[in-house]
Write a protein that binds this ligand. Structure first.
Ligand code: GDP
Ligand code: MG
Length: 300
């Protein structure tokens, strides 16, 4: 997985490494600092974090530069995510806008939890797109986990209710709920989500509720706005940052945590079941900066 993360961040790393090498070579002139700043901003890490780095660079432009930056960046980030969420069984609704990778991430998470011996129930609560249930059926077959769906229902809350009752009766440890994509500006769909949260919180208190937002890393700063609104509606447990393999903009992890207090818990680095990893701040920063000492050639 280190190798996929390393590959996924290659574009960001290329730009940052180039700017840092130039800086070491030519000294921290205003021009080189500007170039570095621009490169860093392009990764979406946000101005505050960029400033942390440019301050280090202008103060200690030495050969230990990368390691100094590394340590500071790791300090900004959330702790390493853990797979086990709670002692109680838990329900993980996966929310976000259309196409952000909710369904795929639900399947990847189901796979990850099954691999560690948990009993997993997937709930197909996207009742808007006819193909959504079929998509999840295919995934659940591949993963080999339970799936609760109702093709005749247009009521996501009702499907969720059935799913949680069934998971409870069966004794599932983890219930992953695939939801319909919605923009935070769509008040109907947002109030429907609120209804779903009410059912989870009030009717199924035997489960801890741990919502995750799926955010497409390619869309950059827009994800901050989305995350903020979803987080205000119901506190999010964290984010799944998807499609890191297709972008040079993985830096959004920083402002998500610094500005909104939302930790990235998982990263998506491809389209298959195995392409999900727990967020590891050290591996992430090392990959971002091109610090390779932790990676053997086999791992890459
Ligand atoms: N490259 C890549 N593609 C992804 C990733 N996660 C999801 N996708 C793709 O993004 C598209 C939308 O994903 P989907 O799960 O259906 O999004 P949803 O609308 O939020 O449920 C699909 O083609 C997925 O294969 C990822 O981490 N990397
Ligand atoms: Mg979907």
């Amino acid at each position: 997985m280190l190798s996929k993360l390393f590959k996924a961040l290659s574009r960001s790393r290329g730009g940052i490494s180039h700017a840092l090498s130039n800086l070491l070579l030519k000294g921290p002139s205003v021009n080189e600092l500007d170039k570095l700043e621009e490169t860093l901003l392009e990764t979406d890490m946000g101005y505050d974090t960029v400033e942390v780095i440019t301050n280090i660079v202008s103060r200690y432009p030495g050969k230990d530069l990368k390691n100094t930056i590394r340590d500071q960046l790791i300090e900004i980030l959330p702790f390493q995510a853990e797979l086990k969420i709670d002692k109680k069984p838990c329900v993980i609704p996966i929310v976000g806008v259309n196409g952000s990778g909710k369904t795929t991430s639900a399947a990847k998470l189901a796979h990850m939890y099954m691999e560690t011996g948990s009993d997993v129930t997937l709930v197909a609560a996207d009742t808007y797109r006819a193909a959504a249930v079929d998509q999840l059926k295919i995934w659940s077959d591949r993963v080999g986990c339970r799936l609760i769906c109702n093709e005749n229902s247009g009521e996501p809350t009702s499907v969720l209710f059935d799913g949680l009752e069934s998971a409870d009766a069966h004794g599932s440890d983890i219930v992953l709920v695939d939801t319909a994509g919605r923009l935070h500006t769509s008040s109907n769909l947002m109030s429907e989500l609120e209804k779903m949260y009410r059912v989870m919180d009030n009717r199924f208190s035997q489960f801890s509720v741990n919502p995750l937002i799926a955010l497409d890393a390619c869309i950059g700063q827009n994800s901050l706005v989305q995350a903020k609104e979803f987080h205000q509606q119901h506190p999010l447990n964290g984010a799944i940052l998807t499609k890191l393999d297709g972008t040079a903009r993985g830096g959004i992890v920083f402002p998500l945590f610094r500005e909104l207090g939302i930790p990235v818990k998982f990263i998506g680095v491809g389209e298959s079941l195995e392409d999900l990893a727990l967020f590891d701040p050290k591996a992430y920063v090392d990959s971002l900066l091109g610090i390779e000492n932790k990676l053997s050639d086999n791992e890459r």
